[in-house]
Design a protein around this ligand. Structure first.
Ligand code: NAI
Length: 384
């Protein structure tokens, strides 16, 4: 199969590696020659490391490399059966590229976008045959992260959804099909992991280190919310929250935090700037958490129940199936357990009780319990 990739940055390069590893002939296109050179050099480095670790042999390395051609003319993507775009997150630029690309491609070729935040329906509208357009959303780093969200637009044909799902499964990825709504599954359902942690801090309930400790030690998450925000970058994480908030017509549930905005404005971006919620400079003193089990449990329960509420509401609104919502969080962001599975384990009645208690104290819409949880609790049902 011939695969075209547009944009040889972080995501495009990773997706090209995935497709080439699965035996596809890949053409990787970028307008910037330096980006193409960098991508080629980065692949050489990654594959050399895999050979050193014994994960692949050098013949396999050569085979993968020989499957990728680096090109600087969009026209050369004309023979691709599937093209995935991973360029700058700008709707007008994406639409212009899609509309030109279509003039070179066969009528039955699929045109996909790796966008994280733009509407697939809007991108598809730039095409003469919008039914061939679909969202194929990888996670960073694409070769390592198991999850791929596949997002049909309202224009997308059933056949294209089926083909795209098959191709991505053939690439040994777990597909979660999501509705074309802001944040798809992961970037929507994960919001409270950051937002509620920031809120707990703002209320003075605990400091960053204690909240992180609670989520790691009690919740068994790989990273705490503040460590993770520092890792992602406060600027990037803040922008995603703000985009989701705006796209949801300012639903208070996704309201961004002033704390994070100020950290971002101050240049306290996290690891990449040497300082965020933690200090990453040489010799910095590590801040110790308050390891109080009762406090830690309360913090963890509050963030967890907000995540569960978000997952339940995504199911309620048919954003994805229960299985896909759980897979999305375990395979897209490495959660220790699927959120709906977790809800079953904790008990749906417990979730409703926790959310109602939060709502009773704050009277904020942010803490409204999903109607699905309430209904399931009344009927004594489980998600799985
Ligand atoms: P990046 O900045 O690393 O790479 C973008 C590349 O596109 C650059 O090499 C640039 O030269 C090239 N480019 C820009 N305009 C172009 C055009 N008109 N034609 C051809 N090439 C062009 O960006 P990154 O992080 O790889 O993101 C790309 C897309 O993937 C965005 O839509 C982003 O929202 C999405 N995405 C990003 C993730 C991430 O964690 N970075 C995760 C999932 C999706």
């Amino acid at each position: 199969m011939n695969v075209g990739i547009i944009g040889s940055g972080t995501m495009g390069s990773g997706i090209a590696q995935v497709a080439a590893t699965s035996g596809c002939q890949v053409k990787l296109y970028d307008t910037n020659q330096a980006a193409l050179d960098k991508s080629k050099a980065a692949l050489e480095k990654v594959l050399t490391r895999l050979v050193e670790k014994g994960r692949i042999d050098s013949a396999e390395k050569t085979r993968i490399q020989s499957h990728i051609t680096y090109i600087n003319s969009l026209k050369d993507l004309g023979d691709s059966n599937l093209t995935i775009e991973a360029i700058v997150e700008n709707i007008e630029i994406k639409k212009a590229v899609f509309s030109e690309l279509e003039t070179y491609m066969a009528d039955d070729a699929i045109i996909a976008s790796n966008t994280s935040s733009l509407s697939i329906a809007s991108i598809a509208s730039a095409l003469k045959r919008p039914e061939r357009c679909i969202g194929i959303h990888f996670f960073n780093p694409a070769p390592l992260m198991k999850l791929v969200e596949v997002i049909p637009a309202i224009q997308t044909s059933e056949a294209v959804l089926k083909q795209a799902t098959q191709i991505i499964s053939d690439w040994k990825k777990t597909v979660a099909v999501a509705k074309d709504t802001p944040g798809f599954i992961v970037n929507r359902v994960a919001r409270p992991f950051y937002g509620e942690a920031l809120r707990i801090y703002e209320e003075g309930i605990a400091d960053f280190a204690t909240i992180d400790w609670s989520m790691k030690t009690i919740g068994k998450f790989r990273m705490g919310p503040f460590e993770l925000m520092d890792f992602i970058g406060n600027d990037v994480n803040y922008t995603v929250t703000e985009t989701v908030f705006t796209a949801f017509y300012f639903d208070p549930r996704y309201k961004p935090s002033f704390t994070q905005k100020r950290f971002s404005e101050a240049g306290y971006l996290g690891r990449k700037s040497g300082k965020g919620y933690y200090d990453y400079s040489e010799g910095a003193v590590k801040v110790e958490p308050h390891t109080n089990e009762t406090l830690g449990q309360a913090i963890c329960d509050r963030i967890l129940v907000m995540l569960i509420n978000e997952a339940a509401d995504a199911l309620f609104l048919n954003i994805a199936s229960a299985v896909d919502i759980d897979n999305a969080m375990t395979k897209g962001v490495n959660y220790p357990k699927g959120l709906l599975e977790w809800a079953d384990e904790k008990g749906i009645a417990w979730c409703v009780e926790q959310l109602d208690a939060l709502y009773d104290s704050y009277h904020e819409d942010r803490y409204r319990c999903s109607p699905l949880l309430r209904k399931m609790s009344a009927l004594n049902l489980k998600f799985h």
